[in-house]
Design a protein around this ligand. Structure first.
Ligand SMILES: Cc1cc2nc3c(=O)[nH]c(=O)nc-3n(C[C@H](O)[C@H](O)[C@H](O)COP(=O)(O)OP(=O)(O)OC[C@H]3O[C@@H](n4cnc5c(N)ncnc54)[C@H](O)[C@@H]3O)c2cc1C
Length: 434
C-alpha cells in the first residue's frame, strides 16, 4: 500500500467543499483495503473514499484518512443484461464498455465523469417519468463495511434495497452489479415555448415521452422543452450548429466568457439570456446514440441546489418558482432545469415512495447564489421537498428525518454496517446525526 502523509488538501470540482486529510492511502487490493478499515475502526479514526468529487455538498470530504481506490483493478464485466463494475470506474468508461457489448444503462444524468459508486451513493438521476434514479438498477453490491469485513449484498439480501443510496455511510463499495438494457438511439426534439404553454402540456408530455426535460434561462421570455424517445430512425448526427459547437468545445469558452461578463455587470444577464436563447436553442430534431443525447460536455463551474418534489405538486411548485424569479431583484446567470424521476424504494432516495419532479436551481455568480439559494430552499421547505444529497442544502438530521418515512431503517442499517462510525465526516454528522 502506498501512503502519502502530511495535511493533504482535497477539494470538490465546484470548489464549494474542501478539507485537509491527515493522510492518503492507496490499497493494492480488497484485502489491504479491509485491513485498513478495520485498523481505523480500532484506532477510532475515520476514513473516506471520494469518488470523482463531483458533488457540490461536502459529502465526499476526507477529513481524516483519505482512501483512494486508484490501485484496485478497474474491472468491467458484462454478463447478459447485468454488468459487474468496480466502484471507482467512471461512468463514461462503464458506458463505453457497455456500448462495445451492445448494452447501455437505462438512463444517465447530464455528465459521466462521476465514479459509478459515487453516482449511486447520492441518488444521481437523469430524467423521465418512468425512469428511477440510477441506483434503482443496482442488483448487487460488494463492500468493505465499517468493521473491515467484505459484505456481499445479492439480489434478495434484505439490506440491498436501502444500501442502494448509501451516502458513503455504510461501506467502501468495491463492486456494483447493475441492470443494463439493449443499446439504442434516441430521437430528441427541442421546442421553445412560453412557460404557460409548457405548464399546460407538461403532464401529457411526461406521459408520452421516455425523457422530458425543461430548461429555462430566466427572463429569456420562453422555456426550452426537450423530449427524447427510443427510435430505429437513422442517426442524423448533431444536426444543429449549437450541438456541433458543443462537441468541438467551442460553446464552453464562449459560455464562460458570457458568464464572466455577466458577473461584472449583472444587469446584463437578461439581455445575455435572450441572446443565448436566440442563438443556441433553435427548435431542432436529432437522432443519435442515447449517451450523446442524454449527456453534454462538463459545463462551466457553477453552484447547484436541486430539490425533489412530489409530482402531485407540479403545478403549485412550478408556479411558485416562476413567481419567485419574476419578482426577484436579481437574475440567476445560468439555466434552471426541471426533470422527472420515477419513484423507487431505497430508504434515502430523494424519490423514495413518490414519483418526483426535480427543481434544479443553478447559478455561477456567488453573490446571486447567496441571495437566490436560500429562497429556493425556503420554497422547497413549503413543498416538503427533499434535497439532492450531492447538491447544496442546509438541512440537518431532524428536518431530513421528517422528509423520509423510512429514515429509521437506514439508521439501523448504518449502525449494523458501520457501528464505530468509521465512515463519518462533518457532512454526514450534520445530515444523518453523529
Ligand atoms: C457538472 C455536474 C453535472 C451533474 N449532473 C447530475 C445529473 O444530471 N443528475 C444528478 O442526479 N446529479 C448530477 N450531478 C451530481 C453528481 O452526479 C453526484 O453528486 C455524484 O454523487 C458525484 O459522483 P462522484 O463520483 O463525483 O462522487 P463524490 O461526489 O466524490 O462522492 C459522493 C459520495 O459517494 C461516496 N463514494 C464514492 N465512491 C465510493 C465507493 N467506492 N464506496 C463508497 N462510497 C463511495 C463518497 O464517499 C461520497 O459519500 C452532477 C454534478 C456535476 C458537477
Amino acid at each position: 500500500m502506498s501512503t502519502v502523509g502530511g495535511r493533504l488538501p482535497w477539494a470538490n470540482w465546484a470548489g464549494t467543499a474542501s478539507c485537509r486529510a491527515a493522510e492518503r492511502l492507496c490499497p493494492r487490493d480488497e484485502a489491504e483495503l479491509a485491513t485498513l478499515v478495520a485498523r481505523a475502526a480500532d484506532q477510532g479514526r475515520r476514513v473516506k473514499v471520494p469518488g470523482s468529487g463531483h458533488s457540490w455538498s461536502a459529502i465526499a470530504a476526507p477529513e481524516d484518512r483519505w482512501i483512494s481506490l486508484e490501485r484496485l483493478p478497474a474491472t468491467v464485466q458484462v454478463d447478459g443484461d447485468i454488468v459487474r463494475v468496480a466502484g471507482q470506474v467512471p461512468l463514461h468508461r462503464l458506458c463505453a464498455a457497455l456500448e462495445a457489448q451492445g448494452r447501455m444503462l437505462p438512463n444517465l444524468g447530464t455528465i459521466t465523469q462521476q465514479a459509478v459508486a459515487g453516482a449511486t451513493a447520492t441518488g444521481t438521476h437523469g430524467t423521465g417519468a418512468g425512469l428511477p434514479v440510477l441506483s434503482a438498477g443496482v442488483v448487487g453490491m460488494r463492500m468493505v463495511d465499517g468493521r473491515g469485513q467484505v459484505v456481499e449484498l445479492d439480489e434478495g439480501h434484505p439490506d440491498l434495497q436501502d444500501a442502494r443510496v448509501h451516502l458513503g455511510a455504510l461501506g467502501i463499495v468495491t463492486e456494483l452489479r447493475l441492470r443494463t438494457i439493449a443499446h439504442g438511439r434516441l430521437e430528441e426534439r427541442l421546442r421553445s415555448m412560453p412557460f404557460s404553454q409548457a405548464l399546460e402540456q407538461w403532464e401529457e408530455l411526461a406521459a408520452t415521452h421516455r425523457h422530458l426535460r425543461l430548461w429555462w434561462l430566466p427572463r429569456a421570455g420562453v422555456v426550452q422543452v426537450y423530449t427524447a424517445d427510443l427510435t430505429d430512425a437513422p442517426d442524423t448526427g448533431p444536426n444543429a450548429l449549437a450541438v456541433r459547437l458543443d462537441r468541438w468545445g467551442v460553446q464552453q469558452p464562449v459560455f464562460a466568457l458570457l458568464l464572466a461578463l455577466a458577473r461584472l455587470a449583472p444587469a446584463l444577464v437578461p439581455a445575455i439570456h435572450r441572446f443565448a436563447q436566440a442563438t443556441s436553442f433553435p427548435d431542432r430534431r436529432r437522432v443519435e446514440d442515447a449517451r450523446k443525447v442524454l449527456t453534454m460536455p462538463v459545463p462551466p463551474r457553477h453552484q447547484e441546489v436541486e430539490l425533489s418534489v412530489d409530482r402531485a405538486q407540479t403545478r403549485q411548485a412550478l408556479q411558485a418558482w416562476w413567481a419567485l424569479l419574476e419578482r426577484a431583484p436579481y437574475t440567476p446567470d445560468f439555466i434552471q432545469e426541471l426533470r422527472l424521476v420515477a419513484a423507487d424504494d431505497a430508504a434515502l432516495s430523494p424519490a423514495t415512495g413518490r414519483d418526483s419532479l426535480y427543481l434544479g436551481a443553478y447559478c455561477t455568480n456567488p453573490a446571486t447564489a447567496a441571495r437566490y439559494f436560500p429562497q429556493v430552499l425556503a420554497l422547497g421547505r413549503e413543498l416538503g421537498a427533499r434535497p439532492h444529497w450531492g447538491k447544496q442544502f442546509d438541512h440537518g438530521a431532524d428536518e431530513l428525518a421528517a422528509l423520509y418515512p423510512r429514515w429509521a431503517d437506514f439508521q439501523a442499517l448504518r449502525r449494523r454496517h458501520d457501528p464505530a462510525g468509521v465512515f463519518r465526516n462533518g457532512f454526514l454528522d450534520r445530515v444523518l446525526g453523529g
